[in-house]
Ligand binder design. Structure first.
Ligand SMILES: *Cc1c(COP(=O)(O)O)cnc(C)c1O
Length: 227
């Protein structure tokens, strides 16, 4: 088995163990393989062991990989920060966008989503750690933004996404994920189904708090030189 196939397998085992510990069915957590900075050949290797959903953070890099892998029915997720001049490409080339934190961006994505494609799946990114430098809407503003995004015709609001601050402390890590879970529960009327949270270092804590999509790069593809 190659290193990437072994990485996918290791990740599936971690998800399954975390689900068991949380009393959850492993089928309720989707693995999103984060392939940013890694070449198309690495994505193809993961695909060969059954991985179908991939996440990218840099638009130009993602578009080149999509072109190189056009023969595969990959579900592409954009997980990076969204610039308003990139909304047209994002709306045309991705199945999901996780980082919505402004209504203006959501409106542009809805307007640009091509008629021939199903509505663009999206998540509202929430700044659960309260750090000034992080992207994402503050928790107190998240429900209002979610309600406004949910009615846009060419988007399908699926839920919330967060990138918590790394802490050495498991309880503190879980508390940040619990903020996202709390918003999800308060938004019950919007019929959401997605909590996009948990990465290589903290997927167990995220699954314990209800994650439905974990976004994992390093465990599968190895360490990156940059994030
Ligand atoms: C890079 C990245 C990940 C994956 O991080 P790893 O630590 O490699 O698992 C997940 N989510 C987002 C938004 C990222 O930018």
């Amino acid at each position: 088995m190659g290193a990437i196939a072994a990485g996918v397998q290791a990740c599936r085992e971690r998800i399954a163990a975390a689900c068991r510990a949380a009393g959850r069915d492993a089928g309720t957590v989707t693995l999103l393989a984060v392939s940013k900075t890694f070449p198309a050949a690495a994505v193809r290797e993961a695909w060969q062991v059954g991985q179908t959903a991939f996440g990218e953070s840099y638009l130009q890099e993602a578009l080149a990989k999509q072109d190189a892998l056009a023969d595969l029915a990959i579900e592409w997720h954009f997980i990076g920060p969204i610039q308003s001049n990139k909304t047209r490409s994002l709306a045309g080339r991705f199945a999901w966008v996780h980082g919505i934190d402004r209504l203006k961006i959501a409106q542009r994505l809805s307007e640009a989503r091509p008629d021939g494609l199903p509505p663009l799946n999206c998540c509202i990114q929430v700044n659960v750690s309260g750090e000034g430098s992080k992207h994402g809407v503050m928790p107190v503003e998240a429900l209002e933004l979610a309600r406004a995004v949910a009615v846009l015709p060419r988007l399908r609001l699926r839920g919330f996404m967060a990138i918590p601050r790394e802490t050495g402390d498991a309880a503190a890590q879980r508390a940040q994920f619990a903020v996202l879970r709390g918003l999800y529960e308060q938004a019950a009327g919007l019929r959401l189904d997605t909590l996009s949270m948990g990465m290589s270092g903290d997927l167990e804590a995220a699954i314990a708090e209800g994650a439905t999509i974990v976004r994992v790069g390093a465990v599968i593809f190895g360490q990156r030189n940059y994030t």
